[in-house]
Design a protein around this ligand. Structure first.
Ligand code: HEM
Length: 370
């Protein structure tokens, strides 16, 4: 039974509110994740190619921008993950927690891996890391990329497991397996990974646009290369999306093209076309042009939002009508719960910590100047 038959008037207000904010906050998380995932694979490839060419002196300006900004982008990606994490727990409490508990050690392994990757991206900015032999640099970039890929893989694995029927949860628990294998997982991870690169290129191109006034020679080399790479990975992402759709069951596929996601899927398609047009135009110039980057950015946002909503249609298609009705009842109940005083308390505590941190940084800067 499709969603339109069960809810002819659309979702009730509580569900619509939580779903919309979940999608919007996840969009912000995904944009920063694109920088981190796409950026780390770019740094690894750039390091490997330079190593093979035996030219350690050749500086890749994109890789050096990525290296400088990676810790900041990772910090933003993690922070931006908190809001959708809260919404996903409200929206799909039983499903999300069950998958967390079933994966248990595997799920918790995200934390140490994230910590190691976090310190390594800081380490890669130090003088010590800059003095590493080229092979050492390739290994460092490889470990960072592997860490991020493992985390992305874990989120996908957890998500796909959370969408399984209770019978599948039971047999996974009984089997005592650490990894949940399903034909959806790998094509889905591939889609996230390949899809990251074009958004990462758009973000880095904005950074290069700001640099091109002072370092024109370095940035001009990159315009054509980045434009071609963005177009190639966009086409590859569409292929990955097609493969992913093929592994879905016919009913789930139908839900992706159904009333909930259809318009967003069209928006995603329009976003891909806009980006292809932007990069095809951009590559004809020797300098980055703001107009083409605006077009690529708008296209990137449309594509990502479209994919996020289609992703939700896949998840909702995995529920029975009874489960859906129970979820909606739960959303309506949660909506009546308050907590404003608690929110205000933690808001003030956090604001005080942030103000304290800014004060300490300013004071230390003043000492350093004197
Ligand atoms: C480098 C670190 C991270 C990477 C590479 C990453 C990557 C991803 C990916 C690929 C997905 C989509 C999974 C799918 O739909 O198949 C995802 C979803 C998500 N991520 Fe992250 N993530 C990272 C860190 C975090 C952190 C630290 C948080 C929380 C504070 C977080 C919160 C979320 C949430 C809430 C979702 C949606 C889960 C769902 O709907 O089932 N992520 N992440």
């Amino acid at each position: 039974m499709d969603m339109e038959t069960i809810f002819p008037m659309g979702f009730p207000p509580a569900t619509a509110f939580y779903l919309s904010f979940y999608a919007l906050t996840l969009l912000i998380h995904v944009v920063f994740i694109n920088y981190v995932l796409g950026g780390s694979v770019y740094m690894l490839a750039a390091g490997w190619l330079d190593y093979r060419e035996g030219d350690p002196e050749r500086e890749n300006v994109v890789a050096s921008v990525l290296r400088d900004w990676m810790p900041f982008a990772l910090g933003l990606a993690i922070t931006a993950g908190v809001a959708p994490l809260l919404f996903v727990q409200v929206l799909y409490q039983i499903q999300f927690y069950t998958a967390n508990l079933l994966l248990f050690h595997r799920w918790m392994a995200i934390l140490p891996v994230l910590m190691v990757a976090f310190y390594l991206v800081y380490f890669s900015k130090t003088r010590l890391a800059q003095r590493l032999p080229h092979v050492g640099w390739v290994v460092l970039s490889g470990v960072i990329f592997a860490g991020f890929l493992f985390i992305a893989f874990s989120w996908t694995e957890n998500h796909v497991l959370s969408c399984q029927p209770a019978g599948e949860w039971k047999s996974f628990y009984v089997s005592k397996r650490w990894f949940f294998q399903d034909r959806e997982v790998l094509p889905r991870v591939a889609l996230w990974l390949v899809g990251s690169v074009s958004n990462m290129i758009t973000l880095v191109s904005w950074q290069l646009l700001c640099m091109q006034f002072s370092q024109a020679q370095k940035t001009e080399l990159e315009v054509k290369r980045l434009s071609i790479l963005a177009m190639a990975t966009l086409v590859l992402a569409v292929v990955c999306g097609g493969i992913y759709l093929m592994v879905l069951s016919p009913e789930t596929r139908q839900a992706v093209f159904g009333p909930l996601a259809r318009i967003y899927l069209l928006a995603a398609g329009a976003g891909v076309v806009m980006q292809l047009a932007a990069w095809a135009s951009q590559m004809r110039y020797s300098r980055f042009r703001a107009a083409w980057l605006v077009l690529a950015s708008v296209g990137g946002v449309l594509m990502t939002l479209g994919v996020i909503v289609a992703r939700e249609a896949v998840r909702l298609a995995s529920f029975t009508p009874e489960q859906l009705k129970a979820l909606l009842g739960q959303h309506a109940r949660v909506e009546t719960k308050g907590g404003f005083v608690c929110f205000l308390f933690f808001f003030l505590v956090n604001a005080a910590f942030i103000a304290g941190a800014i004060y300490l940084v300013k004071r230390n800067k003043m000492f350093a100047r004197n």
